[in-house]
Design a protein around this ligand. Sequence first.
Ligand SMILES: Nc1nc2c(ncn2[C@@H]2O[C@H](COP(=O)(O)OP(=O)(O)OP(=O)(O)O)[C@@H](O)[C@H]2O)c(=O)[nH]1
Ligand SMILES: [Mg+2]
Length: 692
Amino acid sequence: MSTPGQLNPSQRLHLLTSCQYADKLLSEIEATLVASQSKSPFPKFKPDISPAQAKVVQDYIARMRAQLVRILDAQGVPIPAPHIGSVHSIRVTLGFADIAFDECRPKRMAGYGELADSAATEIAGLVDEMQGIISRLDSYLAQGQTADLAQRLRRLEEAGSDIALVKALERAINQHGLVEFRPALGTIIDRLETNAFEIAVFGRVSSGKSSLLNHIVGQDLLPVGVNPITAVPTRLAYGSEPRATAWFADRKPEQFATERLAEFVTEQRNPANIQHVTRIVVELPAQRLREGVVYVDTPGLGSLATSGAAETKAYLPRCDLGVVLIDAGSTLTEDDLATIQTLYDAGIPACVLLSKADLLAPTDRDRALEYVAGHIRSDLGLELPVHAISIKAEYSDLLEKWLDTEILPLYDRHAELARRSLNRKIGALRLGVEAALKAHLKRSGSGGRSGARIEIGKVRDLETQLRTAAGRIAQKRTGCLDMTDALRDCADEFIRTVADDLTGAWESGASATGQDIIKNKLEKAAAERAAQIASAIQEAARDAGSVLATAAIALETENRPEQDELLDVLKNMPRFDLGNLEVEVGRSAMTSLFGRRWAAARVERRIRTQAGDQITDAVGIYARVLQAWVRKTFSELQERFDSYADGYRAHLDRLAANKTGVADEQALQDDLVALAAAAPEPAEDSAPGTAA
Ligand SMILES: Nc1nc2c(ncn2[C@@H]2O[C@H](COP(=O)(O)OP(=O)(O)OP(=O)(O)O)[C@@H](O)[C@H]2O)c(=O)[nH]1
Ligand SMILES: [Mg+2]
């Protein structure tokens, strides 16, 4: 029913759709105006409209729209709210842009005719560069509002942190659009927020990591159990109210009650991390967290480990102190020793605990402690104390004693080291930002007296060098992935080689037989493949490092990788482990009778019947694990390379640009002055390159 003077429902609907259509056409006109001013290299329209004309068109559009709203309002037609988020729409479109660049990869280009090697490298580099930018923009958008670094800094300041320099950096980066420095600034703010002293607990599946942390914070917070449980590293930090936050690779962070933790952190509820959780922080008002220490629970390592183990390995070198649990109810394994070794290699202090000590009688416990300490000494050459602990109430004095004597005294010393390393990061960022601001100033005409002056040909040449270096990383990555693919089918070849080696050794008089020899030889064969991959990665890292060094020298910037910084990615390469190999091959008396070929074939057959399946499985699993590691390592290499190359590219871009009047000279000067004012007196620990 409609009131007199008003339209009926169908008429109202018709009015609304007509207005919507007309408005869409007005938007198209607006888009034409924007396009006519576009900086796109492929403009759609000729710029034959004057600014005055454009202004008049815009004014008329605004008048029509205002009128439109009034008409609908008078007829009581509600204006529908939009359903699609702008961020979502931008991210979807970015996805298509990503695909468009992918279509230019050398493999696809080759479909249009043969591609010269040098061109392929440059094209691969170009695609990587563009896809890298897209992925950084996309992950920035995926973080939602928390990506607002300024807001996070305000919160830190409210909490009493002294962050004048970081704030000045944020302002300069934001104001002058120096997006290339955002990741470095983000890392620094992450560190400031977490207070940066992380004690992480490592160990094989079910060694009691989560139970220990529950005990330390005094509540049943983390899920525990006999099967593999923890799937995502989980940080426990101080907070006045209990609450948990999860960050995801592909959506906004979510806050939830700590009771729901299992939905995000367990292998059962979040298998293989299908929810793409990237970080979980649980805040608790626990006394032990008060001093600003963060405890980190990690997914278990070892043969039963799940996909979370890769996360643990990637995280391992980032903690400030590593606590390694050895299960008293099981035996010390290679994995345990490898974990300790990795911590040691990364310069992180390690603390070894014999967990579940209640399972052993006191004398056995002492013997077990000596056994573990002895192996760490003999196998790793490290002198580390080993303490027994248990979560059982009767044994609480063990745990308390360990915390009091080993953990508490470490708080201060390592907080100091963490502070130094953070100051170094901030110092390096300041140098980079200052160089960028000076380059801006120079372009705007007067100003900056330092920074490199480079002719345009050289600028282009440096750009090409950076691009081809990125291309070579991409090609090396493909090569290494192919190698791990090939490894999958290598079990037969390994068995053949081992059989041949063994018969060869017999021929020359050796009497070696048995599973240890065969196991060693098989592991050596796999290790050789792994070594090839490692050396390819090394080569890629060296090459990338030297290109970055060349660019840094040309740009006269201090913001450059330290010696071997890129080589650093080559860590924690998984080793091939056959486990318990049950195979027995006796030396045959008939070897000399039928010849070596025959003997080798016989040995090969015997190994195959006794352990063929086990070896094939183990090689297949190793190939998969190694492949995951190769992917991770290359993405880390690429990330580290980009963290410098991006800054250089932006710098080169500014040197090459000859636009005028873009930068507000006064604002640039102000920011340079603000940075200098906020910077601390040059102290020994703020200089880049000082060893921690
Ligand atoms: N007897 C005894 N059992 C323990 C102790 N600590 C943990 N457990 C048990 O060991 C099992 C595994 O404990 P979790 O804390 O889940 O082990 P985890 O290392 O976190 O395991 P993942 O997360 O799967 O790697 C559980 O059944 C616990 O009850 C202890 O001190 N003594
Ligand atoms: Mg656990």
